[in-house]
Write a protein that binds this ligand. Sequence first.
Ligand code: ADP
Length: 291
Amino acid sequence: MDDNGCKGGGKKESPMKVLGKEEVEEIKKQLLLGENLQEVRHKLLVLSGKGGVGKSTVAASIAVALSLKGKKIGLMDIDVHGPSIPKILGLEGAPLMAAEEGLFPIRYSNGLDVISIGFFLPDQDNPVIWRAPLKHSMIRQFLTEVKWGELDYLVIDCPPGTGDEPLSVVHLLEKEQVDGAVVVTTPQDVALTDVRKSITFCRTVNLPIIGVVENMSGFVCPHCGETVDIFKRGGGEKMAREMGVPFLGNIPLDPLMVEAGDSGKPFMQHFPDSATARAFDRILEPILALE
Ligand code: ADP
């Protein structure tokens, strides 16, 4: 007799769920993605609540600085509406190379490979209208078909806000153990309101938060040496404390950083001895500690 009091004879129902065609396809795609990333040791997302706070600058600076410390880095720019990584790294117009086994990222240096949606757009001046499924499949392709090889860190520069793209990355990397997010803000209240949403987003999707960076935090006047707090100061740190997340540090407003970004000469490589670069080094400590 079985648990249901049946004396047998009837056909037993199989406990195995039969998967539909779409589910099988999805599993196959996930397996391919996992296979492509199997030699990537750490994965970080760089997020911000709003645009213009320096998220891409911070993502590029983290990537360049880690590569200068001898790490193998991949930098993936999925900011479909404003892919600024090619410009920041002086890689605009770099030719992509595809082979049967996939697509090769653009080599910035021996330690840093880059892929950006900007490499695929023929014209930087016209907006591209992307619907959510298209963005999702672009992100999947970047994770599955770009030959990242062996990396210490894959740094993913997401678009601002808590929309489709960060959600897609989190879902696609669900089984790949993302280390967490670096959340960039500026100190004034309007930016902080939005960054709180980013932190809530991370918590909702179970994405660990590596910490908050307060960018454009104070400005040291090159003429008189006085510090001017253009966007206030300390707001990001206070907010991080209130929300119970780590604070990674402040980066000052530095005119050289604008110059570096506009001329495609990454700040961390060209001004490594500046006070701003030292501030970045402090932010790297918890990231290096992931190793
Ligand atoms: P986001 O990715 O958040 O939209 P970007 O990284 O593109 O922002 O930066 C926006 C502008 O601000 C760029 O011109 C960049 O050079 C400048 N910028 C970023 N951080 C700093 C800083 N700490 N000091 C001065 N300029 C900065």
